[in-house]
Design a protein around this ligand. Structure first.
Ligand code: FE2
Ligand code: FE2
Length: 174
């Protein structure tokens, strides 16, 4: 990323176009901060879920960790739609795409993943609620949740990358 620099790195007062871009980047600073805070919060829940996953996979008959995993899945069921709503407010990643419309197609692919995550999470939470006392069911469920969290982290990383790219000025190597 060494060929890239922030738009606001060297603002030139007499360059109208650059001033406009710098203003956009300042707004992007607040946007990026809120975006990062939300991703950190979601990441912390996924970390806790990952910790419970390991225990459930090894000791699927441990009631305490099963309860904890179900609690975290429920928490995620509330948190994730709220997060997606935030990202989609006024158009998915609207502030980022306002300064970098060339990233629209890349953004659309990520936007399309949201409904899959909500549906998949609901299915996993329902399986957890219905798993009863079967260690085999919990072990299989832990594997499913592990795959889900992997996919979700991957989605979030791609969004971080897109937002970073949007608010970064590509000098084109020159
Ligand atoms: Fe997202
Ligand atoms: Fe996100």
């Amino acid at each position: 990323m060494q060929s890239r620099r922030r738009l606001s790195a060297q603002p030139t007062a007499d360059d109208g176009a650059r001033s406009a871009l710098t203003t956009a980047n300042s707004a992007g600073g607040n946007y990026r901060h809120e975006f990062e805070v939300q991703h950190q919060h979601l990441g912390a829940v996924l970390d806790s879920l990952a910790a419970s996953l390991g225990t459930v996979a090894e000791r699927p008959d441990d009631v305490g960790t099963r309860v904890e995993m179900l609690r975290l899945l429920r928490k995620l069921e509330h948190l994730l739609p709220e997060h997606f709503e935030y990202e989609e407010a006024g158009g998915y990643l609207a502030e980022a795409l306002a300064v970098a419309p060339q990233l629209t197609r890349r953004a659309q692919r990520l936007r399309n993943e949201h409904s899959w995550f909500v549906t998949k999470l609901a299915a996993l939470a329902n399986r957890a609620r219905d798993a009863g006392e079967s260690p085999g069911s919990w072990k299989a469920l832990a594997a499913g949740v592990r795959k889900f969290t992997y996919e979700l982290r991957n989605h979030e990383l791609k969004e971080n990358s897109l937002v970073q790219d949007a608010f970064t000025y590509d000098t084109g190597g020159g």
